[in-house]
Design a protein around this ligand. Sequence first.
Ligand code: UDP
Ligand code: MG
Length: 313
Amino acid sequence: MNKSVCSIVVSVYNEEAVIDQFYSTLTEIVTKLKYTVEILFVNDGSTDNSRQLLDNYAEKDNRVKAIHFSRNFGHEAAMIAGIDNACGDVIICMDADLQNPPQLLESMLNKYTEGNDIVTMVREGRADGGLYKRITSSLFYSVINHLSDTQLKQNASDFFLISKKVADVLRNNYRERTRFLRGFIQIVGFKTATMPYYAPKRAAGESKYSFMKLAHFAFNSLVSFSKAPLKLGIYSGLLFSLLSVALIIFSLVMWIVDRPVSGYTTIVIFLSAFAGILLIVVGIIGYYIGFILDEVKGRPLYIIQDIKHQEDK
Ligand code: UDP
Ligand code: MG
């Protein structure tokens, strides 16, 4: 019987410092697996030497496919492109910096053979970032879980395994421009296993996520998973209506007892609070409209410039 095919999707953005070490660790491990392996490196518009390094691997190793984007489209787009181009019965997504230990691939695949369609890797501990990363990450999950109907696992990572069935659902039905892939795989259903792991420090190179990039990503994920912020308008509207009724009654009573309140303070406080809330609500609506606009335009999630693979020669 033919061996099943396992596709490994690795997103790469300016990883020249670590990619050699990653490639040699990964190949050493996958050679021992009971699967035919294909390795898809998705080069997310790197501006360093990563492109050349990946092409070299593809040149000498027929398991490697180097997919080059025309520019940087982001980690999520890179994972999607990898999944779209994978021909495996099972697909594993992982980072190129060895923070997702390749040593765990075998136990992940064992969970798949036991009948799981999804294996989510949950970070139990991390050697990088310390308190700051831990606090921002748990803040993000508690906000998203309070605001959305679905519950996402704390610390679920972009290190996961999916079967072909799940990959087909992602390929055909989750083509949103604003994506949160590790969230998607938690809401599609299917038999899911969770495995804890410890994320070591980056083997080399720098994290590609700045504070601003992470904040942007967190906000986008929130919009992708929750419509709750849109309700702020209704709630603050109700609150202001109640306040205004109270204020009207108060002002009338004071007028009747012939001690009319001086208007200035009340008007200023009321107007500025109202304008503040109103503008925030308009801003939130604008943000959601921006996302609708992105969907309507229907531009591609990513653009592939070229693919290097031995069979393509
Ligand atoms: N990455 C990417 N495109 C980007 C940013 C990052 O493909 O625009 C890749 C990066 O090369 C790495 C993975 O996504 O393989 C995770 O990035 P990183 O390690 O910088 O994030 P962190 O682990 O610090 O959250
Ligand atoms: Mg990393």
